[in-house]
Design a protein around this ligand. Structure first.
Ligand SMILES: Nc1ncnc2c1ncn2[C@@H]1O[C@H](COP(=O)(O)OP(=O)(O)OP(=O)(O)O)[C@@H](O)[C@H]1O
Ligand SMILES: [Mg+2]
Length: 561
């Protein structure tokens, strides 16, 4: 075979011309040591901090510690089948999760893999798990309310869109309940919700998902689950992943979002585990030195964006579990200082039947007031103070001292307000109804209603107003204001209703059969009480003191809290 030198040169020339000088080199390392969700890797010299790695079994990882001769990485997934010497590849990008509308209604793990058996996610959009919080010029102050539907919260601890409000309390005090009710209450609104479950039992999360589905809340909710059985690295990244999924709606869709992180104490524990395994030095309570930054960089990502950026918002409801009410432990104090207020739930109130068990004394909302509906602000203005005074009086009244009429009235009002603020789980209330009933309570319209009939009164009253005075409801719904004219209209209606309710002939639209008897009894009780009141003020005080004592027994534990 003859070789034509000209041909060869032309081929070589062509090759040289098309040579672009770009090498596609994949950097590979090998595992030195692996176990407990972490790996020590040799050979990835150019690896970036926080870079996503790919293990030979398909698990993803994140470079955590960059050391002189090796790197420490966390493994986000299975690690049981990884061996010493196995290869690890760099991916050149930071950790990402799928985002988009397709995630709504789904239950996913922190990396966006479906857990609900509804098939793969059809989304091609991704967002970095760790991203910078918006700067000060990109934000504006919180100004729209985020209604939780919980009377005690919306009236006294109002939350605004873009706010970070901590839900804190011991085990089983209703922390998750507050968050879930808030999600359910967004129904029919424009808020996309993300519920991030960290380190919880899978059965608990399944219960939550079922509840959300039954209430129709999954139509606008994403559930991210890193249950207790998942490796610690997944529990650690879950809140950031959930936040990234919400950020998509805030930044790209200019929408409103709500993120619940349930709970951050478990995330901190997972992070502590990682850090100790990676031999980072332990600090207070064995948490690593940067555990504050762990939560601050997450919660700083909540924001109300400026109009230039589309005015979207991300409201965060982080949850922290305390041990024996110890709010001065390391993680609780950290998160309290990062957030814009806290809803503090106490077991004493919870077991006394005051649910939600919110301790009004130390629960605050530092920014939500400016976002509160005007009417609510007006009717609930002095509620917090009144309740605090009531608690003090209640303690005093327990000593059995004789009280003057004014004090007794204040006590009676207090008992009724406490009753009004009780609310069942999964029954969020519209802000109009909240305003109506709190208004009625604070104006003393319920003063004659026996304490144990307050909730019955509340239901009947709200049904009555809705059925017969829809104009009031409409006006309140539109303006959100309690004007003098409205009060003038509402007051006689309310008085009439109270009278007929106590006489047993309340035009209760829901009244069923068999209420007649009860009403007669009530009537008798009532006339007795009235007579007594007419005869001597002391008699009234006595009669009422009995009820007072009864109730005091229930809630005296709460006082100590
Ligand atoms: N407002 C309420 N009315 C009646 N029951 C309630 C209310 N809120 C919560 N509960 C009940 O109290 C129990 C504990 O509530 P929840 O699970 O929300 O507490 P938690 O603080 O999240 O608990 P954990 O620490 O286990 O996460 C549940 O059985 C719940 O149904
Ligand atoms: Mg819970």
């Amino acid at each position: 075979m003859r070789i034509n030198p000209e041909e060869i040169t032309s081929v070589l020339k062509k090759e040289i011309e098309s040579y672009s000088g770009e090498f596609q080199v994949e950097e590979e390392g090998t595992i030195l040591e692996v176990g407990d969700g972490i790996a020590r890797i040799y050979g990835l010299t150019n690896c970036m901090a926080g870079e996503m790695l790919e293990f030979s079994n398909g698990s993803a990882g994140v470079a955590f510690n960059l050391e002189e001769s090796s790197i420490g990485a966390v493994i986000l997934g299975e690690y049981a089948d990884l061996r010493e010497g196995a290869t690890v590849k760099r991916t050149g990008s930071v950790l990402q999760v799928p985002v988009g509308e397709e995630l709504i209604g789904r239950v996913v793990d922190p990396l966006g893999n479906p857990l609900d058996g509804k098939g793969p996610l059809k989304t091609d959009k991704f967002r970095a798990v760790e991203s910078d919080a918006p700067g000060i010029a990109d934000r504006q102050s919180v100004k729209e309310p985020l209604q939780t539907g919980i009377k005690a919260v919306d009236s006294m601890i109002p939350i605004g869109r873009g706010q970070r409000e901590l839900i804190i309390g011991d085990r089983g005090t209703g922390k998750t309940a507050v968050a879930i009710d808030t999600i359910i209450n967004q129904k029919g609104g424009d808020v996309v919700c993300v519920y991030v479950a960290v380190g919880q039992k899978a059965s608990t999360v399944a219960g939550v998902v079922q509840r959300l589905t039954e209430s129709g809340a999954m139509d606008y909710t994403i559930v991210v689950n890193a249950s207790a059985s998942m490796p610690a690295p997944l529990q650690y990244v879950a809140p950031y992943c959930g936040c990234a999924m919400a950020e998509y709606f805030m930044y790209e869709k200019n929408g409103h979002t709500l993120c619940v992180y349930d709970d951050l104490s478990k995330q901190a524990a997972a992070y502590r585990q990682l850090s100790l395994l990676l031999r980072r030095p332990p600090g207070r309570e064995a948490y690593p030195g940067d555990v504050f930054y762990l939560h601050s960089r997450l919660l700083e990502r909540s924001a109300k964006l400026s109009d230039d950026l589309g005015a979207g918002s991300l409201t965060a409801l982080p949850v922290i579990e305390t041990q024996e009410g110890e709010v001065s432990a390391y993680i609780p104090t950290n998160v309290i200082s990062i957030t814009d207020g806290q809803i503090y739930l106490v077991p004493e109130l919870f077991f006394a039947g005051v649910r939600p068990a919110i301790d009004v004394g130390i629960s605050v909302s530092r920014v939500g007031g400016s976002a509160q509906v005007k009417g609510m602000k007006a009717v609930a203005g002095s509620l917090r103070l009144d309740l605090a005074q009531f608690r003090e009086l209640e303690a005093f009244a327990q000593l059995g001292t004789e009280l003057d009429a004014a004090t007794q009235r204040q006590l009676d009002r207090g008992f009724r307000m406490v009753e009004i603020l009780k609310q069942d789980q999964y029954e969020p209330m519209s802000v109009v109804n909240q305003i109506l009933i709190i208004w009625a309570g604070s104006k003393g319209k319920l003063d004659d209603v026996p304490v144990d009939r307050v909730s019955e009164y509340e239901n009947a009253f709200l049904d009555f107003i809705a059925a017969t005075h829809s104009e009031i409801v409409e006006q309140l719904g539109e303006t959100g204001e309690v004007t003098e004219e409205l009060e003038a209209l509402l007051s006689p209606v309310c008085d009439d209703f109270s009278r007929s309710f106590l006489e047993g002939s309340a035009p209760d639209p829901r009244a069923g059969a068999g209420t007649g008897e009860e009403s007669e009894e009530e009537e008798a009780d009532d006339t007795e009480a009235e007579n007594a009141a007419a005869e001597a003020p002391e008699a009234e005080a006595d009669a009422e003191a009995e009820t007072a004592a009864d109730d005091a027994e229930d809630s005296d534990d709460g006082e100590e809290a």
